[in-house]
Design a protein around this ligand. Sequence first.
Ligand code: SIN
Length: 507
Amino acid sequence: MTRPLIIAGAGIAGLWTALHAAPRRVILLTGAPLGQGASTAWAQGGVAAALGRDDAPDLHAADTIAAGAGLVDEAAAHILAEAGPGEVEALYALGAPFERSRNGEWALSREAAHSRARVARVKGDQAGAGILAALIAAVRAADHVEIREGWRADALLPASDGGCAGVLARRSDDALAPLEGDVVLATGSLCGLYAVTTTPWTSQGQALAMAAQLGAVIRDPEFVQFHPTAIDIGRDPTPLATEALRGEGAILIDRSGRRFMRAVHPQAELAPRDVVARAVHRQLRTGKGAFLDARAAVGEAFPERFPSVFAACMSAGIDPRVTPIPVAPASHYHMGGIATDLNGCTGVSGLYAVGECAAPGGHGANRLASNSLLDGLVFGRRAAEALRAAPARAVTAEPAEAAPALPGPALQRLRQVMSAEAGVERDGVGLARLIAVIDDLEARYGGAHALVAARLTAVAALARTESRGAHFRQDFPQTDADARSTRMTLEEARACAPRLSAAGAAE
Ligand code: SIN
């Protein structure tokens, strides 16, 4: 009997991979009930794809490459852009209710750093929820997929050939169960390691940590994207005010009503996301305040056009038809991840990664808006195709140790320090302080996933002595002429941390 395929994670990438892996038998692990716990459900904008009459995949690829600030793998960007229209059509055929006119034209939103309106949307700002519902219905109906809700991957089982032989799963009753098979990691990002995040706070870099502990190479972990317009109402996680609002003409103003983005960038509110996030961060740091003003651009159409944002604002007593929305940057997407080729292979035999925990290279230093759901679709399908064709492996599994848990107060301490020292702006002294906190927590609680993922991020951020895309060093504001991607194993991160920390602390 061929080994099953174990897919850990049930967001867009995990589900799309599962659907396309047939006829392979899939065991799908999801810690939360299907539809909950995945950041996909909260995606507002939609799927970027060259669907408009004035658009073409080459234009989409060019915008993706430009946004990525020198670190985008051009082959990955072209694969993404070329596959985009077909993937949106495929989701629509599956039942995802994308908005289309009677004559079949797609309703397309404009988002920052796109040269065209190209974001296919669902019920205004409910793309993620609408797409996820269609995917869940399809997966539930698929005979080749066995869904195990309440099961999550806790560690990877080493294989006798030096690769991966399966996962050590933890069930909701806390019992551990080894499962043997080829593994696809699709458990999302590490953005929940920040105190202010738009993603589920349970997204703590689990896949990154498990893969790194098995020796996988991690690519560009220092590149964390901060969304500039999270709604600043003191919630954890914090609701998002989609960039499509700025695409509709909403503006960013300070407390006195002054529009501040015009002085920062020629594209003003539609400048690349990292530029807008830094501007909002500086407004807040200097006490001037930052508000998204959609009164003129959207006004009375708000409840119908942006129902999720409207509901979030109203729940905090803010009526965005008549009041500017207080905003703040929040961790939103991890461009870095487990290094993979263009088919999800990690270089560790039997181990694949897709979606936000993977880094095939399409996002570089700054992901273009609404390329994330697309990435999950395109690279999920490619990984499934590679797995269908992969030769059977005859390996035996070796035991793995369960991951230590990080107690709640320790996790909250880590999240605060990550936000303070590895946030929108960083410097060597702060990053060295962050590594000291990680060392301290690890000495007390062992190598919890959150600590491993935080360490990789902090060490790579300390090693990158330049500013590029979403990584801004106050002590190294220049962008080097030579754009280099980070590739690092956990062993290397541990080995170079003391030297880097000493240099950072001495600045
Ligand atoms: C948004 O709707 O602003 C977020 C879209 C994205 O992160 O790509």
